[in-house]
Design a binder for this molecule. Structure first.
Ligand code: ATP
Ligand code: MG
Length: 279
């Protein structure tokens, strides 16, 4: 008879970010337990060191530092940071054509029939922009960094609560929209210290045809969109524009070469990529 690690043992090693050497096959249950205990001990040590570094030296999780660095880089290029509410009206969803018939609707956390947790930053950004554009000249660049919520089936690349960076520029000349999107993508990914990404054409249920930024192995890092767009009328936007939305935990996952997004998320199990369950 041969023994491999149990599902519970594999889960524990995975949360400690320990990858057992292949082939992890043992002749006895005792041999398997011995190897598991050794790997768990090493994993605990590694995670404790990472937490100690955070507590004694860096003091700030990478998600916070990344968010600050991106905001600084965008402000230096003339973009203005805005903050809009996390709880939005269900009517705002409808304006984005997210209706009960659309697939994204089922992913929304509805609160009381009239409100929901925002699944994207666009509803708030559209509203703020439409008002700002009444008094400010174009081109006008704004951005927001904040939590978005989607009911997702569990996986290594999706979170129910994730941090979105959305950059929008209103009044980008029609003929330079694509180049501008590429420049803005590069600006953000350079500030995030992420090399080696590519652009790929994509279709979004809300925005139609667009361009994605992806990692070489196909992980979506950001989606872009541009206007004039069919959504603009309902939102009283009349100018040309470009927009780009990044998931910050995805950026960290790609940059740190980790296999799961959860260790970079807002979490009580992980802190700054390290496992907190060390007993
Ligand atoms: P995917 O196809 O990977 O589910 P999406 O196209 O639905 O993503 P967008 O609406 O384009 O996502 O959101 C912009 C960015 O936000 C994505 O490129 C990704 O980086 C990030 N993102 C979207 N959904 C999630 C999620 N559930 N967890 C973590 N990041 C996410
Ligand atoms: Mg997308």
């Amino acid at each position: 008879m041969s023994y491999s690690f149990s599902a519970a043992q594999m889960n524990r090693l995975s949360e400690l970010a320990v990858t057992p050497l292949e082939p992890a096959i043992f002749e006895t249950a005792e041999a398997r337990q011995r190897m598991f205990s050794q790997l768990e001990k090493e994993g605990v040590k590694k995670n404790r060191r990472a937490l100690t570094r955070l507590i004694e030296t860096t003091h700030k999780p990478a998600l916070c530092t990344l968010s600050e660095n991106l905001a600084r880089a965008l402000c230096a290029q003339g973009f203005t940071q805005v903050t809009t509410p996390t709880i939005i009206s269900s009517k705002a969803l409808k304006k984005m054509t997210i209706t009960p018939q659309s697939p994204l609707y089922k992913q929304v956390f509805h609160l009381d029939g009239k409100t929901c947790l925002r699944p994207m930053l666009a509803p708030g950004l559209y509203e703020v922009s439409q008002r700002l554009l009444n008094s400010q000249k174009q081109p006008l660049g704004i951005f927001e960094i904040g939590s978005c919520f989607r009911k997702e089936s569990e996986g290594n690349t999706h979170l129910k609560e994730f941090t979105m960076l959305n950059v929008v520029e209103w009044g980008t000349p029609m003929e330079s929209r694509l180049d501008r999107l590429k420049t803005l993508g590069a600006l953000v990914l350079d500030a995030a210290e992420i090399p080696g990404y590519c652009f790929k054409e994509d279709h979004s249920v809300v925005y139609g045809e667009g361009l994605d930024l992806v990692s070489p192995d196909g992980l979506e890092l950001a989606s872009t969109s541009m206007g004039p767009h069919p959504l603009d009328d309902a939102l009283k936007i009349t100018c040309t524009w470009v927009g780009i939305g990044f998931g910050l935990e995805r950026l960290l996952m790609f940059r740190e070469k980790t296999s799961g997004i959860h260790r970079h998320s807002k979490s009580t199990t992980f802190l700054d990529g390290a496992c907190l369950k060390l007993k």
